[in-house]
Design a protein around this ligand. Structure first.
Ligand code: HEC
Ligand code: HEC
Ligand SMILES: [Ca+2]
Ligand SMILES: [Ca+2]
Ligand SMILES: [Ca+2]
Length: 493
C-alpha cells in the first residue's frame, strides 16, 4: 500500500517535477509530433482562454493536497467520511448532526421515530447513505446488486423534451411504502463490445439495455430514460464556491480556439429569475448544495421540504395520494441546512504518492501523459474558491478537483438522449477525479461513469467520445507502459 509521507513527498514532488519533463520527451517520443501539433494549435494564443490553470506544464505534478489545505491524510474505508480539519466546535457539531440525518434510515409516516418519518410514498432509497455509501459511489441496479443501492432513474415522454411523465413524474421510483405500489422494476441487460489499441491488444466494454418491468400505473409509453449513480460527496464545499466568473472563463462554447473541446456553463434560472451556474449532479443541474439536497430529499426519498412542498407522486397515482404525510414540510429548513453543511465539509483525501522511486516515476509519467493527451483540458487540475463560503476553512483555497464544472458533448455512446434543464442528451458535466482511486477501498467496486457502466478507470476512458474523442484516440495509441502509467496516476488520486 502506498503511504503518503508529507515531508518526503513535498521534497520529491518538487525535485521530480523537472524529471517529469524529461519523461515527456523520452517516452512520449512517438507521439511528439501529435502533441506538438496540438500545442501549436491557435488555441493557446486565444485571449478568451484561462490558459494558466488549464495546461501549464508546471501543473503536471500538482501538490498531493488535492483539496488544498482542507485535505485529509486518509486511505482506508472511511477515507471519504472525514470533515475538513480545523472546523469550529459549532461547525463540528453541525457536521455530526448532518451525518446522522445522512446515514439514518427514514421511515413511513406516522412513526414514533420523531423527525425521521415521511419516507415516500414512492422512493428510490430510504437514506442518503444508501446511494452514497460511506459518502462514496453508488451502484447501478444490476441483478446482483438489487434496488436502493445507489441509482436513480429519470424518465420523460419521448417527445416532451425533458418534461416529467404525466403519470410517473420526472423520476421512476422502484420502491414504495406499505400499501403503495412501487412504480416499476428497473432491469438492466448487459451488452459487451470490444475496442482495439494501436498495439493490437483489446479491451472489453460493458453497457446495457435498460427496461422498466411491472409498470404499476399503466404503460410508460415511449420514454427517454436517464440512469445515474450517486457520486462520492467529497470536496463539494470547495466546488460550491469557485466564483461563477472563473467557471465562465473556462467555457469555450463555440470552440473559438479550435481544439475540438467546447465546454458550456449549465445556466440555471431560478424561480425568481436569477441566473446562476449549475455545478452539482452529472449534468450540473443544481447550482447549490442546498438545492441539490432538497431535490434528493424529494425525488429520491419522498421527503417534502421548503423548496418541494408537494409529495413526489402525481395526482393520478391514487394509492400514493392517500398515503399519510410526515408533516408540512417533512424535512424543515434546519435539517436541510445540516445535510447541506455535512456535504459541504466532507474533506478530500490526499493523493497517495508512492514513496518507492520506481513507482513514483510511473505516477509522474502518468501525470505528464494526462496533460499531453488533453485530459486536463476538461479535468482541470486547479481551481480556487473566493471568500464567500460560510465556512472559514473553505475560503480562498486553491485545490485540485480535476473538473471544469462545465457541460461537454460526450458523443453518442454516453448519450442518454434526454434533456435535463439546459443540458442536452449528449452533454455531461466533467466529474471531479479526486478520490477516484479510493472508490474501490471505500465501496468495494470500481464502477464508474454516470450510469456505472464502466467496470474500471480504463473502461471509463474508452467510453469518451464527442469533444473527448481525440483524447480517447490518443489513449488508444499509447504503448502499454504509458497506459499503465496514466492509470497508476489516476489511481493515486
Ligand atoms: C436513490 C439514490 C440517492 C439517494 C437516496 C440520494 N442521492 Fe444524492 N445523488 C444521487 C445521484 C444519482 C446523484 C447525481 C444526480 C444527478 O445527476 O442529477 C446524486 C448527487 C448528489 C450530490 C451532488 C454531488 C456532485 O458531485 O455533484 C449531493 C451533494 C447529494 N447527492 C447529496 C445527497 C443527500 C444529502 C441525500 C439525502 C437527502 C442524497 N443525496 C440522497 C443518488 C442519490
Ligand atoms: C471533453 C472533456 C473531457 C476530456 C477531454 C476528458 N474527459 Fe474524462 N470525463 C468527461 C466527462 C463529461 C465525463 C463524465 C461522462 C459520463 O459519466 O457519461 C468524464 C468521465 C471520466 C472518468 C470517470 C469519472 C467518474 O467519476 O466516473 C474518468 C476516469 C475520466 N473521465 C478520465 C479521463 C481521462 C484519463 C482523460 C484523458 C484521456 C479524459 N477523461 C478526458 C470529460 C472529459
Ligand atoms: Ca413523504
Ligand atoms: Ca415517480
Ligand atoms: Ca476549445
Amino acid at each position: 500500500m502506498m503511504r503518503f509521507d508529507p515531508r518526503r513527498d513535498r521534497l520529491s514532488s518538487a525535485s521530480l517535477a523537472c524529471i517529469a519533463g524529461m519523461f515527456v520527451t523520452q517516452t512520449l517520443a512517438p507521439q511528439r509530433d501529435e502533441v506538438a501539433a496540438q500545442e501549436a494549435a491557435p488555441t493557446k494564443a486565444a485571449p478568451t482562454k484561462a490558459a494558466p490553470t488549464k495546461a501549464a506544464p508546471a501543473q503536471a505534478m500538482h501538490a498531493p493536497n488535492l483539496g488544498g489545505q482542507t485535505s485529509v491524510a486518509a486511505d482506508g474505508g472511511h477515507a471519504f467520511s472525514l470533515p475538513v480539519p480545523g472546523l469550529s466546535r459549532e461547525d463540528r457539531r453541525a457536521f455530526s448532526v448532518g451525518n446522522s440525518f445522512f446515514r439514518d434510515n427514514w421511515v413511513a409516516a406516522p412513526a414514533s421515530a420523531e423527525g425521521r418519518d415521511g419516507l415516500g410514498p414512492h422512493f428510490s432509497a430510504n437514506s442518503c447513505s444508501a446511494c452514497h455509501q460511506e459518502d462514496g459511489r453508488g451502484l447501478p441496479p444490476l441483478a446482483d446488486v438489487g434496488v436502493g443501492r445507489g441509482s436513480v432513474l429519470f424518465v420523460s415522454p419521448v417527445n416532451a423534451d425533458g418534461a416529467p411523465h404525466s403519470m410517473y413524474g420526472a423520476q421512476l421510483q422502484d420502491q414504495a411504502i406499505e400499501g403503495v405500489r412501487p412504480e416499476g422494476r428497473i432491469e438492466l441487460e448487459p451488452q459487451r463490445s470490444f475496442v482495439s489499441f494501436a498495439d493490437g491488444s483489446r479491451a472489453e466494454l460493458e453497457r446495457w439495455d435498460l427496461r422498466v418491468q411491472d409498470a404499476a400505473y399503466g404503460p410508460l409509453g415511449e420514454v427517454r430514460m436517464s440512469l445515474r449513480v450517486g457520486p462520492q460527496v467529497i470536496g463539494l464545499g470547495l466546488l460550491e464556491h469557485v466564483p461563477d466568473a472563473a467557471i465562465r472563463e473556462l467555457a469555450d462554447p463555440n470552440d473559438r480556439d479550435g481544439d475540438g473541446i467546447s465546454g458550456r456553463v449549465h445556466e440555471i434560472r431560478s424561480a425568481d429569475g436569477r441566473a446562476s451556474v449549475g455545478r452539482f449532479g452529472w449534468k450540473a443541474s443544481q447550482p447549490t448544495l442546498d438545492a441539490q439536497v432538497m431535490a434528493a430529499l424529494h425525488g429520491d426519498m419522498g421527503l417534502t421540504n421548503p423548496t418541494h412542498r408537494a409529495e413526489n407522486h402525481t395526482s393520478l397515482q391514487s394509492d400514493a395520494v392517500q398515503a399519510a404525510s410526515g408533516g408540512d414540510p417533512e424535512v424543515d429548513a434546519h435539517k436541510v441546512a445540516r445535510l447541506a453543511h455535512y456535504c459541504r465539509v466532507l474533506a478530500v483525501p490526499m493523493q497517495r504518492v508512492p514513496t518507492k522511486s520506481d513507482d513514483l516515476a510511473g505516477v509522474q509519467r502518468g501525470a505528464q501523459i494526462f496533460q499531453a493527451i488533453d485530459c486536463a483540458k476538461c479535468h482541470v487540475t486547479t481551481l480556487k474558491t473566493d471568500e464567500s463560503s460560510p465556512i472559514e476553512q473553505l475560503r480562498n483555497v486553491e485545490f485540485h478537483p480535476f473538473t471544469d464544472l462545465l457541460l461537454h458533448d460526450m458523443g453518442e455512446g454516453l448519450a442518454d438522449n434526454r434533456r435535463d434543464g439546459d443540458a442536452t442528451g449528449r452533454e455531461w458535466r466533467t466529474p471531479p477525479l479526486w478520490g477516484i482511486g479510493l472508490i474501490e477501498t471505500v465501496n468495494g467496486h470500481t464502477r464508474l461513469l454516470h450510469d456505472g457502466r464502466a467496470r474500471s478507470i480504463e473502461e471509463a476512458i474508452l467510453w469518451h467520445g464527442g469533444e473527448a474523442q481525440r483524447s480517447r484516440d490518443a489513449y488508444l495509441a499509447l504503448p502499454k507502459a504509458d497506459r499503465d502509467a496514466l492509470l497508476r496516476y489516476l489511481k493515486s488520486l
